[in-house]
Write a new protein. Structure first.
Ligand SMILES: CC(C)(COP(=O)(O)OP(=O)(O)OC[C@H]1O[C@@H](n2cnc3c(N)ncnc32)[C@H](O)[C@@H]1OP(=O)(O)O)[C@@H](O)C(=O)NCCC(=O)NCCS
Length: 449
């Protein structure tokens, strides 16, 4: 055997990694990520590699929107022009004389980003798709040409994504009469998440993710194996951090955690916000394609909106089930059927609207059935169904249920993810076996708890 030949063999761990990556590709293909990139990264030796990684995401079919941060470049241009500006609570007051320099800085950053994209054969496109308003006078302070984002012209951005472009959005917005305002890029990224259907928001910056040192961490906090950065936080942890570490968190981290919270805590918001260090090789890919990641991930509490249904919820539940009954996905349930078993029903509710429901019917002798799992079409694929089923499985465990089962005609594949396996109707408890409708021929799935 020639020992100089490279070994043509991948160990089991790398095969599993490859499988994990395929799984993520399947999950994110066709979805949209927003990447807010700080301009301080531009001069870094690894910046071209970061841009290459971004293009790789685009090449596998993930839609991308880039928002450029311009703070350092604006600073550079203003210093050169000898214009002093004041920054109050992280907001720059922009006098009229500064605006041409702000615009110049914005163009410089956008053009650099677009040229990196085209070097890697991707088409970035810039445009003014932000409707802005003046911040005006607040607490006696005139913010002059500093503005805030009113809305994103989402239909144009959506169209560009459909044409395989990467929209690059910068920090200038116009009001209805064409006046330009200097805007905060983090807030632009946040607004895009609220106005478009976005899967993930990334803040890519020239500093570490959320650090752990010098901070009081909530119980159960998940720290990265290197011990230095916070790995995963749910919204309860974010609340804790904002409350207990107000003085110790940097102004920027405080602001990012607040934006993350406001963007996740919305029915149409994103599920996940990632804060990563763009100076570290491969961090973006690690965050997208591995469950461990390399930055700080902030995610919504799946269970925050789940509660037991009450009689007042019945019309909403009926409405939710009705569409599925008409499609033949579910058996008919009347208001009085639901009323009789109201304690079995759990709902995913935001304010008074019911976005999803599911029921746990106890049959005795350690058996229970999951049924009536449905999610409003407008909120599908946001993890609501998964959250409900996981919640119901936990509720069954607490009730010492030994075997959970369900009958489904259309969603067997989906339930396999929770560990359900195929079964035969003859395995059901007698009371349920008798009620089994052979004409409907539903699949029977079991889960041993
Ligand atoms: C099944 C259902 C409850 C899932 O709700 P959801 O909130 O969209 O689910 P999640 O967000 O947790 O998961 C979505 C994923 O499941 C997949 N999925 C949804 N329905 C599926 C089905 N019938 N079979 C296989 N996969 C399915 C989606 O494609 C999506 O995949 P992605 O994350 O890769 O994009 C919802 O689609 C629904 O209401 N279906 C109609 C009613 C029904 O069939 N109920 C089950 C019988 S009791």
């Amino acid at each position: 055997m020639n020992s100089r030949l490279p070994q043509r063999y991948a160990d089991r761990a790398s095969v599993n990694t490859i499988r994990e990556v395929f799984d993520y590709i399947r999950r994110y293909k066709g979805k949209t990520f927003v990447l807010k990139i700080e301009d301080t990264l531009i001069g870094h030796p690894l910046f071209p590699l970061l841009m290459k990684d971004i293009v790789q995401l685009h090449d596998i079919g993930i839609h991308l929107i880039i928002v450029t941060g311009t703070r350092a470049t604006i600073e550079k241009h203003l210093t050169k022009a000898k214009i002093n500006t004041r920054v109050v609570n992280g907001i720059r007051i922009t006098p009229k004389s500064a605006m041409p320099h702000v615009k110049l800085a914005a163009m410089e950053v956008v053009q650099t980003v677009i040229s990196h994209l085209s070097a890697d054969n991707a088409s970035g496109i810039m445009g003014n798709w932000i409707r802005a308003r003046s911040l005006g006078v607040r607490e006696g302070l005139d913010y002059q040409y500093t503005g805030y984002v009113e809305k994103i012209q989402s239909s144009i951005v959506h169209k560009l994504l459909g044409q395989n472009f990467i929209p690059v959005i910068y920090n200038i917005g116009m009001n209805a009469t064409g006046n330009c305002y200097n805007l905060n890029s983090d807030k632009i990224a946040r607004q895009i998440c609220l106005d478009l259907d976005i899967e993930k928001l990334f803040f890519i910056r020239a500093q570490d993710a959320i650090p752990t040192s010098g901070l009081e961490l909530p119980p159960g906090s998940q720290v990265h194996p290197n011990g230095k950065i916070y790995s995963n936080m749910d919204l309860d942890h974010v609340d804790f951090m904002l409350k207990q570490n107000k003085e110790s968190l940097s102004f920027e981290n405080l602001a990012l955690l607040t934006y993350a919270k406001t963007v996740i805590d919305q029915p149409k918001g994103v599920n996940r916000v990632h804060i990563i260090d763009g100076r570290r090789e491969g961090r973006l890919l690690q965050e997208v394609f591995s469950s461990i990641g390399g930055g700080t991930l902030i995610y919504g509490n799946q269970y925050a909106h789940i509660r037991q249904a009450t009689l007042e919820d019945i019309p909403e539940i009926l409405h939710l089930l009705d569409g599925n009954i008409k499609k033949g996905n579910m058996i008919i349930r009347t208001a009085s059927d639901i009323k009789d078993k109201i304690n079995a029903y759990h709902i995913y509710a935001v304010d008074h609207a019911v976005y999803g429901c599911g029921a746990l019917y106890e049959l005795g002798q350690g058996w229970a059935e999951i049924g009536a799992v449905a999610v409003n079409d407008a909120y599908k694929s946001k993890g609501i169904g998964r959250g409900l089923v996981q919640y119901i499985i936990q509720a069954a465990q607490k009730k010492h249920i030994k075997t959970l089962f369900l009958l489904t005609t259309q969603a067997a594949d989906w339930f396999f993810e929770f560990g359900f396996v195929w079964a035969n109707p003859s395995e059901l408890p007698q009371s349920r076996r008798e009620g089994y409708n052979p004409e409907r021929n539903s699949r029977v799935l079991l889960l041993k708890l």
